[in-house]
Design a protein around this ligand. Sequence first.
Ligand SMILES: *[C@@H]1O[C@H](CO)[C@@H](O)[C@H](O)[C@H]1NC(C)=O
Ligand SMILES: *[C@@H]1O[C@H](CO)[C@@H](O)[C@H](O)[C@H]1NC(C)=O
Ligand SMILES: *[C@@H]1O[C@H](CO)[C@@H](O)[C@H](O)[C@H]1NC(C)=O
Ligand SMILES: *[C@@H]1O[C@H](CO)[C@@H](O)[C@H](O)[C@H]1NC(C)=O
Length: 388
Amino acid sequence: MKPFSFLLFVIFCPITFSQFTTLTNELSKSSIKFTSKLYREVAKINSSNFLISPLSLKITLGMITSAARGKTYKEIIRVLHVNNELEIVTLIQNLSSSTFVKDTSLISANKIYISNSFKISSNYLANVKDNFKSQIQLISFTNTKKAVEEMNKWIETKTKKKIKDIVSPDDFDSSTVSVLLNVLYFHDKWLLQFNKENTETLPFYVNPTTSIPVDMMKANISVGTSDDTNLKIRILRLPYANEDIAMHLVISEHIDGIHLLEKNIKEILSTTVDAETIKEVQIPKFAINSSHNLIPVLEKMGMQHAFGKDADFSGMLDPETRLVQINLLKQSTLIEVDEKGTVAAAVTQLQGKYRSNLVYPKFVVDRPFIFYIQYKSEVLFIGRCYSP
Ligand SMILES: *[C@@H]1O[C@H](CO)[C@@H](O)[C@H](O)[C@H]1NC(C)=O
Ligand SMILES: *[C@@H]1O[C@H](CO)[C@@H](O)[C@H](O)[C@H]1NC(C)=O
Ligand SMILES: *[C@@H]1O[C@H](CO)[C@@H](O)[C@H](O)[C@H]1NC(C)=O
Ligand SMILES: *[C@@H]1O[C@H](CO)[C@@H](O)[C@H](O)[C@H]1NC(C)=O
């Protein structure tokens, strides 16, 4: 008998993480390990710009962990660098909070579509509902057109129309048991914004002999930086208005040094950025769209059973059967960085008064770079930009 399969999508993402009080500037060890391995595997199979969300992937895997048993369970836990699935639940609770902040810029939403042709364990459903605040909806996967429309509509609403039409009719059929979706949406302005009038067309060196013209944003602002002279790495930390969240841009001292950065991604994520000083900062405006099939990536990271005939997600069905496996796991992401902020839609004003007769040290991002957005102990997004 053909194993039933279920699909799992991860979509670009920020959970209403809204208590911005306890500011931890350091990533957790588990986040560093998971993010650096994920980054490396994605970078290996992708030769251009990309963007992935470690946190969204973690939440989505967390939602299927309670259905997993045996080796399938152990592998997921090991890949996520946690001891059990409750740790993921605690992590989400730690990041979110009952205290609601208005105009929050960080939202995560989960939804599980369940086939009406299967009997899903009520324990499993209660678990994802309570622990992951997931919405649950019964759906007929045989009416493909309707199911696709329904899912894409939910995604479009949750991403404020930034991500559209990513679920395709080819993704499922009558053997589909369930589809899990996580959306992480982030939108914030910079704490100190760039003045549009200072943006200039300047060269960005895609390699030592070739440059392309880019819109370079410029400002003299107080930023955190860290220079590692051994590894020849420079890191810039740019805070958002919500100061628990910051973008980090990482360049090499060598124009063609991005491969050195990638080798040291774990050290980079472990670096604490120094106290803030005023720098003349130059950053290109950029936008990245990516879509990743994460099955080969997670297999390389050590999760093999979940995608094959030996998968054990027996906790999902009632009565328990070992006939469910993951047959689709993809993540679609989008980022837009400009003078105002990231995924910007709000109109805001520039602030900042600087002493004009001082010469500030420079931090110019004019070569391929790695960037990541950190929220407390977790990496929301990480990516590479070869060319803006
Ligand atoms: C959650 O927060 C508590 C208290 O700050 C901390 O002890 C614990 O390690 C955190 N757990 C996770 C998984 O982040
Ligand atoms: C992302 O891709 C879609 C479709 O391919 C395109 O319409 C959109 O402009 C892209 N956005 C960015 C930021 O590149
Ligand atoms: C590599 O990145 C590009 C653009 O970001 C994306 O369209 C493509 O799907 C990615 N390839 C893989 C194998 O993930
Ligand atoms: C930053 O300050 C320098 C003087 O140190 C000045 O020449 C430059 O125009 C300033 N840049 C911006 C964007 O204000």
